[in-house]
Design a protein. Structure first.
Length: 301
Protein backbone atom coordinates (compact mmCIF):
# COMPACT_ATOMS: atom_id res chain seq x y z
CA UNK A 1 0.00 0.00 0.00
CA UNK A 2 2.81 2.41 0.86
CA UNK A 3 4.49 1.63 -2.47
CA UNK A 4 1.21 2.39 -4.29
CA UNK A 5 0.93 5.76 -2.52
CA UNK A 6 4.46 6.74 -3.47
CA UNK A 7 3.87 5.65 -7.08
CA UNK A 8 0.71 7.77 -7.20
CA UNK A 9 2.56 10.83 -5.90
CA UNK A 10 5.44 10.29 -8.32
CA UNK A 11 2.98 10.13 -11.22
CA UNK A 12 1.40 13.40 -10.12
CA UNK A 13 4.83 14.98 -9.65
CA UNK A 14 5.94 13.86 -13.13
CA UNK A 15 2.78 15.29 -14.73
CA UNK A 16 3.24 18.64 -12.97
CA UNK A 17 6.94 18.88 -13.85
CA UNK A 18 6.12 18.11 -17.48
CA UNK A 19 3.62 20.98 -17.53
CA UNK A 20 6.09 23.37 -15.87
CA UNK A 21 8.68 22.56 -18.53
CA UNK A 22 6.06 22.99 -21.27
CA UNK A 23 5.33 26.47 -19.94
CA UNK A 24 9.01 27.38 -19.97
CA UNK A 25 9.24 26.13 -23.57
CA UNK A 26 6.05 27.71 -24.97
CA UNK A 27 5.90 31.12 -23.30
CA UNK A 28 8.27 34.08 -23.40
CA UNK A 29 7.45 35.65 -20.02
CA UNK A 30 5.82 33.19 -17.61
CA UNK A 31 5.43 33.81 -13.88
CA UNK A 32 4.42 31.82 -10.80
CA UNK A 33 1.62 33.20 -8.64
CA UNK A 34 2.70 32.76 -5.03
CA UNK A 35 0.35 33.29 -2.08
CA UNK A 36 2.34 31.63 0.70
CA UNK A 37 -0.27 28.88 0.95
CA UNK A 38 0.61 25.19 0.84
CA UNK A 39 -0.39 24.73 -2.82
CA UNK A 40 1.81 27.56 -4.07
CA UNK A 41 4.61 26.25 -1.83
CA UNK A 42 4.30 22.84 -3.50
CA UNK A 43 4.35 24.63 -6.86
CA UNK A 44 7.60 26.37 -5.90
CA UNK A 45 9.07 23.03 -4.83
CA UNK A 46 8.05 21.40 -8.12
CA UNK A 47 9.54 24.29 -10.11
CA UNK A 48 12.80 23.90 -8.19
CA UNK A 49 12.91 20.18 -9.05
CA UNK A 50 11.84 20.76 -12.67
CA UNK A 51 14.76 23.03 -13.51
CA UNK A 52 17.48 22.00 -11.03
CA UNK A 53 20.44 22.63 -11.05
CA UNK A 54 19.51 25.80 -12.96
CA UNK A 55 17.52 28.49 -11.17
CA UNK A 56 13.75 28.69 -11.57
CA UNK A 57 13.39 30.50 -14.94
CA UNK A 58 10.47 32.74 -14.01
CA UNK A 59 9.71 35.15 -11.16
CA UNK A 60 7.29 34.64 -8.29
CA UNK A 61 4.38 37.10 -8.21
CA UNK A 62 2.66 37.80 -4.90
CA UNK A 63 -0.45 39.96 -4.78
CA UNK A 64 -0.21 41.54 -1.33
CA UNK A 65 -3.56 42.66 0.09
CA UNK A 66 -1.93 44.40 3.03
CA UNK A 67 -4.00 42.07 5.21
CA UNK A 68 -1.73 39.03 5.14
CA UNK A 69 -0.69 37.02 8.16
CA UNK A 70 2.73 38.20 9.31
CA UNK A 71 3.94 34.59 9.27
CA UNK A 72 3.05 34.32 5.57
CA UNK A 73 5.18 37.30 4.55
CA UNK A 74 8.12 36.11 6.67
CA UNK A 75 7.93 32.65 5.09
CA UNK A 76 7.62 34.11 1.58
CA UNK A 77 10.78 36.18 1.93
CA UNK A 78 12.75 33.30 3.44
CA UNK A 79 11.67 30.88 0.68
CA UNK A 80 12.49 33.30 -2.15
CA UNK A 81 15.91 33.91 -0.62
CA UNK A 82 16.54 30.17 -0.16
CA UNK A 83 15.59 29.35 -3.77
CA UNK A 84 17.43 32.33 -5.23
CA UNK A 85 14.19 33.29 -6.99
CA UNK A 86 13.00 36.70 -8.15
CA UNK A 87 9.97 38.16 -6.34
CA UNK A 88 7.53 40.72 -7.74
CA UNK A 89 4.92 42.11 -5.37
CA UNK A 90 1.67 43.70 -6.53
CA UNK A 91 0.13 45.87 -3.82
CA UNK A 92 -3.62 46.18 -3.25
CA UNK A 93 -2.83 49.10 -0.93
CA UNK A 94 -1.25 50.89 -3.89
CA UNK A 95 -4.25 50.08 -6.10
CA UNK A 96 -6.51 51.68 -3.47
CA UNK A 97 -4.29 54.79 -3.25
CA UNK A 98 -4.35 55.16 -7.04
CA UNK A 99 -8.15 54.86 -7.14
CA UNK A 100 -7.99 51.67 -9.18
CA UNK A 101 -10.15 49.90 -6.59
CA UNK A 102 -12.24 51.02 -3.64
CA UNK A 103 -12.06 49.66 -0.11
CA UNK A 104 -15.12 47.78 1.11
CA UNK A 105 -16.75 49.02 4.32
CA UNK A 106 -18.48 47.23 7.16
CA UNK A 107 -17.90 44.22 9.37
CA UNK A 108 -17.71 41.81 6.41
CA UNK A 109 -15.38 43.99 4.34
CA UNK A 110 -12.56 42.17 2.57
CA UNK A 111 -9.78 43.04 0.15
CA UNK A 112 -9.89 39.59 -1.39
CA UNK A 113 -11.96 40.64 -4.43
CA UNK A 114 -9.78 43.72 -4.94
CA UNK A 115 -6.83 41.45 -5.75
CA UNK A 116 -8.19 40.87 -9.25
CA UNK A 117 -7.45 44.40 -10.45
CA UNK A 118 -4.01 44.41 -8.83
CA UNK A 119 -3.20 41.03 -10.38
CA UNK A 120 -4.24 42.08 -13.89
CA UNK A 121 -2.34 45.37 -13.56
CA UNK A 122 0.79 43.49 -12.42
CA UNK A 123 0.58 40.98 -15.27
CA UNK A 124 0.17 43.81 -17.78
CA UNK A 125 2.94 45.96 -16.29
CA UNK A 126 5.47 43.13 -16.56
CA UNK A 127 4.00 41.77 -19.82
CA UNK A 128 3.60 38.23 -18.46
CA UNK A 129 2.04 35.91 -21.02
CA UNK A 130 1.47 33.02 -18.58
CA UNK A 131 0.75 32.87 -14.86
CA UNK A 132 1.22 29.55 -13.07
CA UNK A 133 -1.16 28.91 -10.19
CA UNK A 134 -1.67 26.24 -7.54
CA UNK A 135 -5.43 25.79 -7.97
CA UNK A 136 -6.77 22.22 -7.88
CA UNK A 137 -9.97 20.81 -9.36
CA UNK A 138 -11.07 19.24 -6.07
CA UNK A 139 -11.09 22.59 -4.24
CA UNK A 140 -14.23 24.15 -5.66
CA UNK A 141 -16.72 23.54 -8.48
CA UNK A 142 -15.61 26.53 -10.59
CA UNK A 143 -11.99 25.42 -10.41
CA UNK A 144 -13.05 21.96 -11.56
CA UNK A 145 -13.93 23.54 -14.92
CA UNK A 146 -10.38 24.78 -15.60
CA UNK A 147 -8.02 23.20 -18.11
CA UNK A 148 -4.30 22.87 -17.38
CA UNK A 149 -3.74 25.69 -19.91
CA UNK A 150 -6.60 28.09 -19.22
CA UNK A 151 -6.95 30.89 -21.77
CA UNK A 152 -7.63 34.50 -20.73
CA UNK A 153 -8.70 37.20 -23.20
CA UNK A 154 -7.11 40.64 -23.57
CA UNK A 155 -9.12 41.86 -20.55
CA UNK A 156 -7.87 38.96 -18.39
CA UNK A 157 -11.30 37.34 -18.41
CA UNK A 158 -12.08 33.62 -18.45
CA UNK A 159 -14.88 31.99 -20.46
CA UNK A 160 -15.63 28.54 -18.97
CA UNK A 161 -17.70 27.63 -22.08
CA UNK A 162 -14.87 28.35 -24.50
CA UNK A 163 -11.91 26.18 -23.57
CA UNK A 164 -9.46 24.21 -25.64
CA UNK A 165 -9.31 20.40 -25.66
CA UNK A 166 -6.27 18.84 -23.99
CA UNK A 167 -5.72 15.38 -25.46
CA UNK A 168 -2.69 13.14 -25.04
CA UNK A 169 -0.84 15.76 -22.96
CA UNK A 170 -0.75 18.20 -25.87
CA UNK A 171 -1.20 21.76 -24.67
CA UNK A 172 -2.08 24.67 -26.94
CA UNK A 173 -0.49 27.90 -25.74
CA UNK A 174 -1.20 29.97 -28.84
CA UNK A 175 -2.72 33.37 -28.16
CA UNK A 176 -3.32 36.81 -29.63
CA UNK A 177 -1.54 39.99 -28.62
CA UNK A 178 -2.55 41.06 -25.11
CA UNK A 179 -3.98 37.68 -24.13
CA UNK A 180 -2.42 35.34 -21.57
CA UNK A 181 -2.82 31.93 -19.99
CA UNK A 182 -3.32 30.73 -16.44
CA UNK A 183 -1.56 27.41 -15.98
CA UNK A 184 -2.54 24.90 -13.27
CA UNK A 185 0.07 22.09 -13.04
CA UNK A 186 -1.42 20.50 -9.91
CA UNK A 187 -5.02 20.45 -11.16
CA UNK A 188 -5.27 16.67 -10.75
CA UNK A 189 -3.98 16.66 -7.16
CA UNK A 190 -6.31 16.39 -4.17
CA UNK A 191 -5.85 18.07 -0.80
CA UNK A 192 -4.70 14.72 0.60
CA UNK A 193 -2.19 14.32 -2.25
CA UNK A 194 -0.71 17.72 -1.41
CA UNK A 195 -0.30 16.89 2.28
CA UNK A 196 1.18 13.46 1.58
CA UNK A 197 3.60 15.00 -0.91
CA UNK A 198 4.65 17.65 1.62
CA UNK A 199 5.32 14.86 4.12
CA UNK A 200 7.19 12.71 1.58
CA UNK A 201 9.33 15.63 0.34
CA UNK A 202 9.84 17.07 3.83
CA UNK A 203 8.70 20.52 2.69
CA UNK A 204 8.86 23.28 5.30
CA UNK A 205 5.57 25.17 5.81
CA UNK A 206 4.57 28.39 7.60
CA UNK A 207 3.85 27.82 11.28
CA UNK A 208 0.21 28.82 10.67
CA UNK A 209 -0.52 25.35 9.33
CA UNK A 210 0.30 23.76 12.68
CA UNK A 211 -1.65 24.07 15.90
CA UNK A 212 -0.86 27.19 17.88
CA UNK A 213 -2.59 29.36 20.48
CA UNK A 214 -4.19 32.49 19.06
CA UNK A 215 -6.76 35.07 20.07
CA UNK A 216 -9.83 34.41 17.94
CA UNK A 217 -13.53 35.19 17.71
CA UNK A 218 -16.51 33.42 16.16
CA UNK A 219 -18.79 34.74 13.43
CA UNK A 220 -21.48 32.86 11.50
CA UNK A 221 -20.11 29.49 12.53
CA UNK A 222 -16.50 30.27 11.56
CA UNK A 223 -13.46 31.17 13.66
CA UNK A 224 -11.29 34.17 12.74
CA UNK A 225 -8.06 35.64 14.02
CA UNK A 226 -8.67 38.61 16.32
CA UNK A 227 -6.54 41.07 14.36
CA UNK A 228 -7.03 44.72 13.42
CA UNK A 229 -7.80 43.84 9.78
CA UNK A 230 -11.19 42.43 10.86
CA UNK A 231 -13.51 44.85 12.73
CA UNK A 232 -15.49 43.01 15.39
CA UNK A 233 -19.06 43.50 16.45
CA UNK A 234 -19.65 44.37 20.13
CA UNK A 235 -21.12 40.90 20.70
CA UNK A 236 -18.09 39.07 19.26
CA UNK A 237 -15.89 38.16 22.20
CA UNK A 238 -12.21 37.30 21.88
CA UNK A 239 -11.04 33.94 23.24
CA UNK A 240 -7.69 32.18 23.34
CA UNK A 241 -8.01 28.92 21.40
CA UNK A 242 -5.77 26.24 19.89
CA UNK A 243 -6.20 26.57 16.13
CA UNK A 244 -4.45 26.16 12.80
CA UNK A 245 -5.00 27.20 9.18
CA UNK A 246 -6.18 24.58 6.71
CA UNK A 247 -5.90 27.06 3.86
CA UNK A 248 -4.25 30.49 3.96
CA UNK A 249 -5.46 33.66 2.28
CA UNK A 250 -6.35 37.22 3.20
CA UNK A 251 -6.88 37.48 6.98
CA UNK A 252 -10.41 38.80 6.50
CA UNK A 253 -11.67 35.66 4.75
CA UNK A 254 -9.51 32.90 6.23
CA UNK A 255 -11.39 30.79 8.74
CA UNK A 256 -9.32 28.88 11.31
CA UNK A 257 -9.76 25.28 12.41
CA UNK A 258 -9.85 24.07 16.01
CA UNK A 259 -7.08 21.51 16.08
CA UNK A 260 -4.43 19.69 18.09
CA UNK A 261 -2.40 18.63 15.02
CA UNK A 262 1.26 19.48 15.57
CA UNK A 263 2.83 17.31 12.85
CA UNK A 264 2.22 16.47 9.19
CA UNK A 265 1.14 12.96 10.17
CA UNK A 266 -1.45 14.37 12.57
CA UNK A 267 -2.69 16.87 9.95
CA UNK A 268 -3.13 14.07 7.40
CA UNK A 269 -5.05 11.99 9.94
CA UNK A 270 -7.22 14.98 10.85
CA UNK A 271 -8.08 15.74 7.22
CA UNK A 272 -8.87 12.07 6.49
CA UNK A 273 -11.58 12.20 9.16
CA UNK A 274 -12.91 15.66 8.30
CA UNK A 275 -16.38 16.19 6.84
CA UNK A 276 -15.75 19.87 6.07
CA UNK A 277 -14.19 20.85 2.75
CA UNK A 278 -10.84 22.60 2.61
CA UNK A 279 -12.42 25.93 1.65
CA UNK A 280 -15.36 25.50 4.02
CA UNK A 281 -14.02 28.30 6.21
CA UNK A 282 -13.40 30.76 3.35
CA UNK A 283 -16.02 33.51 3.54
CA UNK A 284 -15.15 34.77 0.04
CA UNK A 285 -16.61 31.54 -1.38
CA UNK A 286 -19.88 31.99 0.53
CA UNK A 287 -20.83 35.42 -0.80
CA UNK A 288 -22.98 33.82 -3.51
CA UNK A 289 -23.62 30.40 -5.04
CA UNK A 290 -21.28 31.26 -7.92
CA UNK A 291 -18.84 33.46 -6.01
CA UNK A 292 -15.66 31.77 -7.21
CA UNK A 293 -16.80 31.42 -10.82
CA UNK A 294 -17.81 35.09 -10.96
CA UNK A 295 -14.40 36.15 -9.63
CA UNK A 296 -12.55 33.86 -12.02
CA UNK A 297 -14.49 35.20 -15.02
CA UNK A 298 -13.35 38.69 -14.02
CA UNK A 299 -9.68 37.63 -13.81
CA UNK A 300 -9.24 36.26 -10.29
CA UNK A 301 -6.78 33.46 -9.51
Amino acid sequence: MEHQKLTHLKDLEAESIYILREVAAQFERPSLLFSGGKDSIVMAHLAYKAFYPAKIPFPFVHIDTGHNFEETITYRDELVNRLGATLIVGSVEESIRQGRVFEEKGYSASRNKLQTTTLLDTLEEHQFDAALGGARRDEEKARAKERFFSHRDEFGQWDPKNQRPELWNIFNGKKREGEHFRIFPISNWTEMDVWQYILHENIVLPSLYYTHEREVFERDGSIYAALSAIPRKPTEKVKLRRVRCRTIGDITCTGLTLSAANSLEEIISEIAGSRVTERGGRTDDRRSEAAMEDRKKAGYF
